[in-house]
Each structure stands twice: as structure tokens, then as C-alpha cells.
Design a protein around this ligand. Structure first.
Ligand code: 5GP
Length: 173
């Protein structure tokens, strides 16, 4: 049986999401924002974040990239599995990630989205895990920072399990 240690409690996730949503709402006040969620891990975070935004005009779309294969560290071989449908030309885009680890996936996705000529592009991550960072990416809005470890819950999976856990755990196999 894997071992689970709580890392970020339900209340803390909620508090951090409210805090970040306020900053984003201030930064984009009076503007239209396109949130681009990165599937599958960001689906719960995005759903909670978007309901805290006090912006009038928000569009939501999703991308899906795969990088991990069977391992728990990014291989760097990233494949785009699902692209966005919303036209982001000239628009303010906020990429919503579950967790940024090596940053290779995010770097790939930003390069991909920039080809569609958005007006601006920023990144919001539920968790910024900086220790293994390989790509020079900027996380503009981070709810939590953790040093290392493999996390599950609140959207984050291991072999597609545990996404439904209401808080975030460190998992040891
Ligand atoms: P990166 O390319 O930054 O190394 O990895 C990004 C993706 O890897 C994330 O979007 C996420 O899907 C997955 N990932 C990175 N770290 C973790 C982790 O601790 N737990 C889980 N479940 N997925 C992770």
C-alpha cells in the first residue's frame, strides 16, 4: 500500500485559492480573460479558482499535454493531446496549471499558445515545485510552493487514481 502524508489541507487550499483569485481579479479588472486549464490535473483547481474571480468577462478552455509516461518525472517528450478551441488572438490568457515541476510541460505549452498571438500570457499554478526546475518558466501566480516529493489529490493523480481526494498528500510507494 502506498503511504500518504497530508501536505496541503483543505482549508489552506481554499484560503490560497481565494488569495490568488483576488490578486488576479485586481490585475485583470475591466479586461476580458481567457483561462486555459491544463488537463487533467488542473480541473478541480480551475473550477474553484474561476468561481472566486470577480471579472465580468471570463472564457474557459482546456489543453492537454502528456509528458510523464509511466515515470514520476517529466521525460521532456511532450505531446499535445488536446488543443484549445477559443480564439486567443490579441486576448489576455492565463494558463492554469496544477503543478509546475521541471517546467518542461509549461514551456512547451507557452510556446504553443504564443504561436496563436495572444495579447498577453501569464501562468497560475496551484503548486510551484521548484527544486527540479529545468526550463526557465515564470509562474506569475502560485498558490503554494513545495520543495519536492510526489503529490496526489485535489486533481493530482497517480496512474489516474486519487484525483478525487479533497486535499493534497505526499505519496510514497
Ligand atoms: P513538468 O513538465 O513541470 O515536470 O510537469 C508538469 C506536469 O507533471 C504537471 O502538470 C503534472 O501533471 C505532473 N506532475 C508534476 N509533479 C507532479 C506531482 O508531484 N504529482 C502529480 N500527480 N503530478 C505531477
Amino acid at each position: 500500500m502506498p503511504e500518504f502524508t497530508p501536505v496541503i489541507k483543505k482549508n489552506d487550499i481554499q484560503r490560497q485559492t481565494v488569495r490568488i483569485a483576488k490578486i488576479i481579479s485586481d490585475d485583470y479588472q475591466g479586461r476580458e480573460l481567457v483561462l486555459v486549464g491544463v488537463l487533467k490535473g488542473a480541473f478541480i483547481f480551475l473550477a474553484d479558482l474561476v468561481r472566486q474571480l470577480t471579472l465580468e468577462k471570463v472564457k474557459i478552455d482546456f489543453l492537454q499535454a502528456s509528458s510523464y509516461g509511466a515515470d514520476t518525472i517529466s521525460s521532456g517528450n511532450i505531446v499535445l493531446k488536446k488543443d484549445i478551441d477559443v480564439d486567443i488572438r490579441g486576448k489576455d490568457v492565463l494558463v492554469v496549471e496544477d503543478i509546475v515541476d521541471t517546467g518542461l510541460t509549461l514551456a512547451y505549452l507557452i510556446r504553443h499558445l504564443k504561436r496563436m498571438s495572444p495579447g498577453s500570457i501569464k501562468v497560475c499554478a496551484m503548486i510551484d515545485k521548484r527544486e527540479r526546475r529545468k526550463a526557465a518558466v515564470t509562474v506569475d501566480y502560485a498558490c503554494s510552493t513545495v520543495p519536492e516529493g510526489f503529490l496526489v489529490g485535489y486533481g493530482l493523480d497517480y496512474a489516474e487514481y486519487y484525483r478525487n481526494l479533497p486535499e493534497i498528500y505526499h505519496m510514497k510507494l
